[in-house]
Structures are given as C-alpha cells and as structure tokens.
Design a protein around this ligand. Structure first.
Ligand SMILES: [Zn+2]
Length: 109
C-alpha cells in the first residue's frame, strides 16, 4: 500500500492524508464533489441519450482523484461511446434502408 506521493508542484514527498504540501503550501486534496444518486442517473442519462454532451461530465469526473467519482466518470464515458457506436450503426442502417427505398421508388428505364 502506497501512503506517499509527490507534490505536483515542488515534487516534495507527501503523505496521501495531507491536505497541503508543507513545502510549497499547495492544496493537495480537491474538494471531492458529492454526487447524489439522482445526479449520477442524470449524468448517465445525458451520456446515453444526448451523447456526446455527457462527455463533459464524464471527462470531468474521470479526472477526479476520488475513486468513486472517477468510476462514475468512466461509466459516463463508456455510455457515451456505446451511444455513439449505436448512433453510427443506426444511421448506417437508416441510410441503407433509405437508399433501398429510393431505388425501389425510382423506376428504372
Ligand atoms: Zn509542494
């Protein structure tokens, strides 16, 4: 188990439980956002149905140092990717179907 890391500013060795670097006074712990269940559902919903809008939260959360928040972000990013892939497949099918319909409608001489 790693209990120490290095200050991102001055590379001073710090304990992970510290809130400030004793060397340069850099604030080490971000204020961890508390993400309520309804907020999580909202983020996942937006990620899936309004992709790629949900990537805004996905990337923001995935970059968090808090593990729980990070996981929410990664799930949101995955949902965005799934949504994008589904959209591509759906639009491809639609275009194929559309082309076929047009071809059937236009009489060939
Ligand atoms: Zn420092």
């Amino acid at each position: 188990m790693e209990n120490t890391s290095f200050c991102p500013i001055c590379k001073f060795e710090i304990q992970n439980s510290w809130f400030f670097c004793p060397n340069c006074a850099k604030e080490l712990k971000e204020k961890v956002p508390i993400i309520s269940i309804s907020k999580q559902i909202f983020v996942y919903f937006v990620s899936f149905f309004f992709s790629p809008l949900g990537l805004v939260w996905g990337i923001k959360y995935a970059r968090s140092r808090d593990r729980k928040v990070k996981i929410i972000g990664i799930i949101a990013i995955i949902l965005n990717i799934i949504a994008i892939v589904l959209m591509i497949i759906a639009s491809k099918n639609f275009i194929e179907q559309y082309t076929k319909t047009i071809n059937d409608l236009v009489p060939s001489y």
